[in-house]
Structure formats: structure tokens, C-alpha cells
Ligand binder design. Structure first.
Ligand code: ADP
Length: 248
């Protein structure tokens, strides 16, 4: 069974802006897929659909399935537990006074408490390399650490599909490297929307190119990203990491 199936998804914002048109793709269990395209292509809008934050008025026929379950009422609570959405700005996602409370928030909503909750939180913090950060104040942490707190919150819910919106934007090289290592080690399906094409080359065997709300290409990363014409036509650039490789 696929982790994610999106079929003929279209979406207009209430002001009439068409943000997605006829988007169809699937992500296998444990697979990492890059989602690339210029600003305004619809990447964030697509990610918001994956755990039912959009649309306000669901289509009559469900267009998105996560592990076989339609992203629609009455399953939305269950879907949100399975799909972890990492916002582009960690400050939009962190709202508790301590790291521990912030990571515990999701699992608390799922009904965990006591020792079970504590174990989940500790494990998630260890997983992201923030063991011992329990009492730290999230707003005093670095950007990279904040992102890791957010990720720990998703892992503590045991999310099986991660939807990551620009996970490396504004991280310094070390923060980026650490986050990359972390995502690489996580055995769950991941959709990574990013302008960091080197990250896509390094982490994602497959990529989806989105432009003006539609999928313009999807396939093997090395092949698509080496296609200079395709990249330029959609406001992208062939990454340096591929420049030394000759197409065969
Ligand atoms: P990306 O993440 O690829 O930069 P977005 O999903 O943010 O693209 O945006 C897709 C399109 O939807 C753009 O044309 C953008 O201007 C528009 N859009 C995004 N959010 C809203 C909103 N809340 N209301 C109206 N239009 C929006």
C-alpha cells in the first residue's frame, strides 16, 4: 500500500487564485520524494492538503489517500496523527513554554499521558539529537534546533508520512548537514518541498516538478535535475553537485 496517493487534485483559494490543477502522484511507504518548483508553484498549498488543513470545502470524491485512508472527515483526526507537517517557519509551529511541553503537545492530543507520554517525548528528543533539552525555552534556541524540536513533535506522534516545507531554509551549513542526516536516518515516507536542489539530489531518489499548480515532470532526480532545459523552463537550476557528472 502506498503511503500517499494524490489523484487529480485541484484547488482554488477563496479569492479565486488557482493554486493546484490536476495534481496526481504517489509516494511509497518509506520513500523520500522531492517537491520542487518556483515560488508560487503550489508546493505549500499541496503540503497543507496532505493532513487536511485545506481545503475548507472538501471535494465530494476524496482525492487524497494516506495509507489507504481518505483525507476527509470523519478520519481527519487519525490522518493528522499519521501525517506530520513541518511548517516552513518553526516559530509558527512552536507555542509551548518548554521544549518538553512542545514535543508532548501532539501525543497529549492523541490521548497519551503519564509514563507512555514521557517515553515518547524522550525518545523523540533523542532521535533528533536534543536529549537533555527538556526544560530549555524553545524561543531561545537556534533556527536548526527549533526545526528539530518541531520534528521531534511529529516523531512523538509516530507520524508515518512527513510533509516538510523548506526544511533547510535559513539553516547554517552545520544545521543543514545535521537536519539532512536526521531525515536520511528516518525510515518514514517523506515529501520534501524545497529550493535546496542539492538536498534533493542527496536525499530523494525521485522528484516532482510543480509549476503554476500543475505537475510538469516527475521521475528520477538525477535525470530530471540534469535536464537544463526543464530546469530553466521552470525557474530552477541544474545543481552544481550534478555538473561534474556526465549524462550517459
Ligand atoms: P509555493 O509554496 O510553491 O511557493 P504556494 O502554495 O505558496 O506556492 O502558492 C501557490 C499559489 O497560491 C500562488 O499563486 C500564491 O500566490 C497563491 N496563494 C497562496 N496562499 C494563498 C492564500 N491564502 N490566498 C490566496 N492565494 C494564495
Amino acid at each position: 500500500m502506498n503511503a500517499l496517493e494524490v489523484r487529480h487534485l485541484g484547488y482554488h483559494y477563496p479569492d479565486g487564485t488557482t493554486a493546484l490543477r490536476d495534481v496526481t502522484f504517489a509516494v511509497a511507504e518509506g520513500e523520500r520524494v522531492g517537491l520542487i518548483g518556483p515560488n508560487g508553484a503550489g508546493k505549500s498549498t499541496l503540503l497543507l492538503h496532505l493532513n487536511g488543513l485545506l481545503p475548507e470545502h472538501p471535494a465530494a470524491v476524496p482525492t487524497i489517500h494516506v495509507f489507504g485512508t481518505a483525507v476527509a472527515e470523519p478520519q481527519l483526526a487519525a490522518i493528522r496523527a499519521r501525517v506530520g507537517l513541518l511548517f516552513q517557519d518553526p516559530d509558527d509551529q512552536i507555542f509551548c513554554p518548554t521544549v518538553w511541553e512542545d514535543v508532548a503537545f501532539g501525543p497529549l492530543q492523541l490521548g497519551l499521558h503519564g509514563a507512555g507520554l514521557a517515553t515518547r517525548v524522550e525518545r523523540a528528543l533523542e532521535q533528533v539529537g536534543l536529549g537533555g533539552f527538556d526544560e530549555r525555552l524553545p524561543h531561545h534556541l537556534s533556527r536548526g534546533e527549533k526545526r528539530r524540536v518541531c520534528l521531534a513533535g511529529l516523531l512523538a506522534c509516530e507520524a508515518r508520512l512527513l510533509a516538510l516545507d523548506e526544511p533547510t531554509s535559513d539553516l547554517d551549513p552545520r544545521g543543514r548537514r545535521e537536519l539532512k542526516g536526521l531525515l536520511e536516518a528516518l525510515p518514514v515516507a517523506q515529501v520534501i518541498a524545497t529550493h535546496d536542489l542539492e538536498l534533493v539530489v542527496e536525499l530523494c531518489p525521485r522528484v516532482i516538478v510543480l509549476d503554476r499548480g500543475g505537475v510538469v515532470a516527475q521521475g528520477p532526480t538525477a535525470e530530471l535535475l540534469a535536464d537544463e532545459q526543464l530546469m530553466l523552463a521552470h525557474g530552477l537550476e541544474r545543481p552544481h553537485i550534478l555538473r561534474h557528472r556526465h549524462p550517459h
